[in-house]
Design a protein around this ligand. Structure first.
Ligand SMILES: [Zn+2]
Length: 132
């Protein structure tokens, strides 16, 4: 099976993917409480796992999955503990820096894959801002 995980590839392998116009998938997740029974990594684990499986299924479309962006917007989870959250300006800034880095690496296609409800609206706004 073809490797799809960014962190396991070498720079020359990634450069070759950029030359093939590969889609880069960024799981956008969170580090937050998930009730008393699940670890705080749940959103990141789910988003990353689904993105990897999706990339593996794209046999005709080169795709590579970045490690999950594990900090999302989770301030509404602060009362429950175990939560690390960004504010919107930082969240959008991290996304812009990831995108800028990908452009510098020669990639031109980025798919943002959300796996946390609190990211939905901020991600929609940030992606619209970045589209320009
Ligand atoms: Zn969540």
């Amino acid at each position: 099976m073809t490797e799809t995980r960014w962190e396991r590839m070498t720079a020359p392998e990634l450069r070759a993917l950029a030359e093939r116009n590969a889609v880069v998938i960024l799981p956008v997740a969170a580090l937050e409480q998930h009730g008393p029974h699940l670890p705080v990594w749940t959103d990141s684990f789910i988003g990353h796992s689904i993105a990897i499986r999706a990339a593996e299924l794209c046999a005709d479309l080169p795709a590579v999955v970045l490690p999950p962006m594990w900090t999302g917007l989770s301030e509404h989870h602060f009362p429950f503990g175990g939560t690390i959250s960004l504010d919107y300006a930082t969240f959008a800034g991290v996304l812009r820096c990831v995108m800028r880095s990908l452009l510098a690496d020669g990639f031109s296609r980025l798919m943002l894959f959300n796996s946390h409800g609190g990211n939905a609206e901020p991600l929609a706004v940030a992606s619209r801002e970045m589209a320009h």
